[in-house]
Design a protein around this ligand. Structure first.
Ligand SMILES: *[C@@H]1O[C@H](CO)[C@@H](O)[C@H](O)[C@H]1NC(C)=O
Ligand SMILES: *[C@@H]1O[C@H](CO)[C@@H](O)[C@H](O)[C@H]1NC(C)=O
Ligand SMILES: *[C@@H]1O[C@H](CO)[C@@H](O)[C@H](O)[C@H]1NC(C)=O
Ligand SMILES: *[C@@H]1O[C@H](CO)[C@@H](O)[C@H](O)[C@H]1NC(C)=O
Ligand SMILES: *[C@@H]1O[C@H](CO)[C@@H](O)[C@H](O)[C@H]1NC(C)=O
Ligand SMILES: *[C@@H]1O[C@H](CO)[C@@H](O)[C@H](O)[C@H]1NC(C)=O
Ligand SMILES: *[C@@H]1O[C@H](CO)[C@@H](O)[C@H](O)[C@H]1NC(C)=O
Ligand SMILES: *[C@@H]1O[C@H](CO)[C@@H](O)[C@H](O)[C@H]1NC(C)=O
Ligand SMILES: *[C@@H]1O[C@H](CO)[C@@H](O)[C@H](O)[C@H]1NC(C)=O
Ligand SMILES: *[C@@H]1O[C@H](CO)[C@@H](O)[C@H](O)[C@H]1NC(C)=O
Length: 853
């Protein structure tokens, strides 16, 4: 056992007056134990002094401060200690490395750790420890930068350090270590670029120097550790070189400020809208009663501990007195609870009364710049620097706000004016009778609302009188077919955006080259493509289905074949000598042309004939015919089945080329003055030229008429696909039929975006937010919400359905009709036969009469 105990330090305080004679509840712990580690290796020759200082102060504290309890002290002179179970606290003076080692060693015991250590040491976690780095006067910069970093006040992955001769080489090394050092246990690498400013640079040299900085390569975070005058110049050039932006962060550490030279407000004139600029400067003051040094800290720390401990014992005593022992056993504070109580009280005490090193003080101020321009409450609103916190060696950074106000909180709730107008479904405004906007919705306003949440601003909508806008009455939330939204943005609106009367044009506007010259657009909110709306192709009548397997000329050929084959057969049959030779009778059967034709017809319908020619010559002919019949009827049957099961429709118009092919029967139109018209006009493609030239110009606003001719298939309307779906929906609601289909071809992408003033610094920020919204699919979802819901026309909105057809009477009607025709024809024939027979018998009467005499 190597632990060496300094026995003399083991002092226990006799309980003092008020409590002395009372009986303590037996379970109350009045004696706390504290391990005091004074590292001999770390302090070397100061070791004895430090030990004595501690010893003396503890004696004093026990006598004067700890009136309600005692403290058992276990001293060690090196850092490998055995941790006793009953320890309450540990007090250590050792190197940074050993402090952290000790901390880890004792972490499980839930002790209060009071550490005095060397400079440039990351502080122990503030919920279990109080760390006092002993910072030399005038050397506090690295410790401060380290503290800010480990507290997460700035948290940068890349960093450009620009420094001048006020920082000596040793300090540079320490600063780099401070901003790169891994917080113990926390791996966060920082990529650092060092830029040294040579002394006595001329202004142009400084400018050239700064112009080499490329934020795309070096990152967005800059730390300038420079003298006061240089800081002013750097700010000026950073501004003109556009190195300041809403994304870049500049931290100016003004190294040569002192108590009579620290006018940070002078930099206000260099601040501009959208900057993120923070200043750290030395506000140390010189005074005769400034205390500092190890002894001061030892005493202060032990005093704070003794006071907190005394308070804790007193509180516990009072509670314990009021309850029974069993209850006390149940409610007494646990070790972590006691630790938290002690730390809270100590921090409170040190913050209020800490006098050591309290003259050394660095102040932090930040430019409040975002949205100041649009502040209408203040006539001459200018960016200001506001205090955000301070740093002292004892308690580290104390922040009243974020160091980079706007990086953390965006616009900080600023009220930004925006301009908009009613234009569903992008912007849907409702007005009350005095013309005030009482409700706003629509895709763009959804986006603006989301931006206002993410960038932390509020907004006020200003509206523009557009001729088409019927304030108060319109509650349409969809595209109007008859709306005269022509993408012609009112000039007044552009002016207001340009001259920064408003911060953002909260309206969807088509991105055009002309407008891009005047204002800046955000990334597109949505891209609309054009297509056309055409009447759904009609199913053709199925009455003549039974003739459709063959084309007309096939039918004609067939008829001709029947008619010509009859006489041919008759001829061959007639002239065949076989009958004479063999002595067969040559009557009946095929002996008349008429019968031959009927025979051929019967064979065609596969009914056969009663008579077969006897002669081989005729049989060969008949055999040939049968072959034709076989091919013919098989083809017919097959095709007929196909025609029966698939519906027969009009040839649909699905592409622009097909539309142009129908130009003689179909007219088309689109919105005059639209993006489409412009695109068509500048296009070289012949088909686009045709579309433009042969369009029907709307002269009247007879939309009903237009829709009617569209339903009839005489007209085709070209517009945004989304708008066309509204027309489809409306027609569906009106007629309960799916009258229209969309063209398959989509052409010309029209981008819609928001407008912002050309020199607004917020464009990249807003673009980032919009991109994020795109990525998570919110914009798409919102747009879907405003577009028509799916209905039964939705599934086949592009093409007519191709589904199997069940054979019904419609398909059969043709053949029945033919049957009926046959019946009528045979009746007529019967009549003719009767007539003819009558005539015949009358004519033959005189010839017969003589025989009857
Ligand atoms: C406090 O310590 C003193 C000295 O060691 C001892 O006499 C006293 O009994 C202790 N009190 C408690 C409650 O442990
Ligand atoms: C810079 O200028 C100061 C005074 O103008 C002069 O004293 C100093 O020597 C110069 N330093 C260098 C490195 O030129
Ligand atoms: C801060 O100012 C004080 C008093 O003016 C001065 O003594 C000290 O050296 C300065 N600190 C630094 C880091 O310049
Ligand atoms: C520093 O401590 C001294 C002595 O306690 C006190 O007079 C002074 O006001 C303190 N200064 C600050 C800035 O707290
Ligand atoms: C918005 O800004 C206010 C004022 O600075 C701030 O208190 C608030 O936390 C911020 N909100 C968000 C979400 O950042
Ligand atoms: C219209 O709304 C505004 C703002 O909410 C309100 O001040 C005004 O009185 C309203 N006008 C009418 C006629 O309701
Ligand atoms: C808007 O137009 C209406 C009538 O067209 C007019 O009465 C009203 O004053 C206009 N409002 C503004 C702000 O121009
Ligand atoms: C407003 O909407 C209601 C129901 O949605 C409808 O009955 C009314 O006709 C609409 N008014 C106008 C002016 O469109
Ligand atoms: C900006 O333009 C609008 C519209 O032209 C005008 O009413 C306004 O006075 C202008 N504002 C400034 C600051 O120029
Ligand atoms: C903004 O517009 C200006 C001209 O109006 C143009 O030079 C600049 O490149 C635009 N900025 C962006 C980010 O598009």
């Amino acid at each position: 056992m190597v632990s060496k105990r300094i026995g003399a330090l083991l002092l226990v305080l006799a309980l003092c007056d008020p409590v002395k004679n009372e009986t303590f509840p037996s379970l109350l712990t009045t004696n706390a134990s504290i391990a005091v580690v004074v590292d001999r290796k770390f302090l070397v020759e100061d070791y004895e002094d430090a030990r004595n200082e501690i010893e003396e102060y503890l004696v004093y504290a026990k006598r004067e401060i700890l009136k309600h309890g005692g403290v058992n002290v276990y001293p060690y002179s090196w850092t490998s200690i055995n941790v006793r179970k009953d320890l309450t606290a540990i007090f250590s003076i050792t190197s940074c490395y050993d402090t952290w080692k000790l901390f880890r060693l004792t972490q499980k015991e839930e002790l209060v750790h009071l550490a005095i250590t060397e400079s440039d040491c990351p502080r122990l976690p503030s919920d279990t420890a109080i760390t006092i780095p002993l910072v030399d006067k005038g050397q506090e910069l690295p410790q401060m930068l380290l503290d800010l970093r480990s507290e997460g006040i700035y948290n940068w992955k890349t960093l450009v350090i620009i420094y001048d001769a006020t920082l000596d080489e040793d300090m540079v090394t320490r600063v780099i270590k401070a901003v790169t050092q891994r917080k113990y246990g926390d791996v966060k690498a920082t990529g650092i670029t060092l830029m040294k400013l040579e002394p006595n640079l001329s202004r142009t040299e400084l400018r050239d120097f700064l112009s080499t900085i490329n934020p795309k390569v070096l990152g967005n975070n800059y730390m300038c550790i420079v003298s006061y005058h240089l800081a002013g110049n750097i700010m000026e050039y950073a501004k003109t070189l556009q190195l300041t932006s809403t994304i870049n962060q500049w931290m100016y550490v003004i190294s040569d400020t002192n108590d009579n030279f620290k006018d940070i407000e002078a930099f206000e004139s260099q601040l501009k809208e959208g900057d993120n600029i923070a200043f750290l400067y030395n506000s140390t003051f010189k005074s005769s009663n400034c205390k500092e040094g190890r002894k001061c800290h030892i005493e202060e720390l032990l005093q704070a501990f003794a006071r907190a401990l005394d308070q804790a014992i007193q509180d516990e005593y009072e509670t314990a007195n009021q309850v029974s022992e069993e209850e006390w056993e149940a409610i007494r504070p646990t070790k972590p609870e006691r630790r938290d109580f002690l730390l809270k009280n100590m921090n409170h005490y040190l913050f209020k009364n800490g006098a050591c090193d309290n003259c050394t003080n660095w102040a932090m101020k930040t430019g409040e710049t975002w949205g100041v321009e649009y502040d209408t409450s203040d006539q001459r609103a200018e960016p200001k620097v506001v205090p955000v916190g301070s740093w002292r060696p004892g308690d580290g950074p104390v922040m009243t706000d974020e160091l980079f106000l706007h990086t953390a909180h965006g616009f900080r709730g600023k009220l930004l004016p925006m301009i908009t107008f009613h234009n569903p479904p992008w912007q849907i405004l409702k007005f009350n009778s005095s013309g005030e906007v009482i409700e706003s919705s629509g895709l763009i306003l959804d986006i603006v609302k989301e931006l206002s949440r993410n960038l932390n601003f509020t907004f006020r909508l200003e509206t523009l009188n557009k001729t088409s806008f019927n304030s108060g009455t319109s509650n349409s939330t969809s595209f109007d077919v008859d709306s005269d939204f022509t993408n012609q943005v009112p000039k007044a609106l552009i002016d207001m955006i340009k001259n920064k009367t408003v911060a953002l044009g909260a309206c969807a506007v088509t991105v055009t080259e002309d407008l891009e010259k005047v204002v800046n657009f955000t990334v597109p909110i949505t891209v609309l493509s054009y297509t056309f709306l055409v009447a759904r192709p009609k199913e053709l009548s199925r009455a003549l289905l039974f003739i459709s397997p063959f084309t007309m000329d096939t039918w004609l050929c067939l008829a001709a074949a029947i008619v010509s084959m009859g006489p041919l057969l008759y001829f061959i049959h007639r002239h065949s000598p076989v009958y004479e030779y063999k002595g067969y009778p040559m009557k009946g059967g095929l002996a008349s042309i008429q019968n031959c034709i009927w025979y051929m017809y019967g064979a065609l319908l596969q009914q056969g004939g009663m008579h077969l020619p006897y002669a081989d010559s005729a049989r060969i002919l008949v055999g040939g015919w049968w072959l034709v019949v076989l091919v013919m009827s098989t083809t017919y049957c097959g095709n007929l089945v196909a025609f029966l099961t698939f519906p027969k429709v009009d040839i649909p118009i699905t592409t622009l080329d097909e539309l142009i092919a129908h130009k003689d029967t179909v007219s088309w139109s689109f919105r005059e003055g639209s993006f489409l018209e412009k695109e068509l006009a500048i296009s070289n493609e012949p088909r686009y030229k045709t579309i433009l030239e042969r369009r029907l110009k709307h002269t009247s606003t007879d939309n009903e008429g237009l829709i009617r001719s569209m339903v009839e298939g005489k007209h085709v309307y070209i517009d945004w696909k989304q708008k066309l779906t509204f027309i489809m929906k409306r027609q569906f609601l009106k007629t309960d039929r799916c009258d229209f289909v969309l063209g398959l071809e989509e052409f010309f992408a029209e981008k819609l975006a928001l407008m912002i003033s050309p020199d607004s610094p917020y464009l990249p920020k807003i673009n980032d937010e919009i991109k994020k919204l795109h990525q998570v699919g919110l914009i798409q979802k919102w747009l879907q919400d405003y577009l028509p819901k799916r209905d039964r026309c939705w599934k086949n909105r592009h093409l007519i359905e191709v589904k199997n057809h069940t054979v019904n009477l419609d398909d059969m009607q043709g053949s029945f009709f033919v049957l009926f025709l046959g019946f009528v024809l045979s009746l007529v024939w019967l009549l003719l036969e009767k007539l003819w027979h009558g005539q015949f018998s009358k004519r033959n009467k005189p010839a017969i009469q003589p025989f009857n005499h």
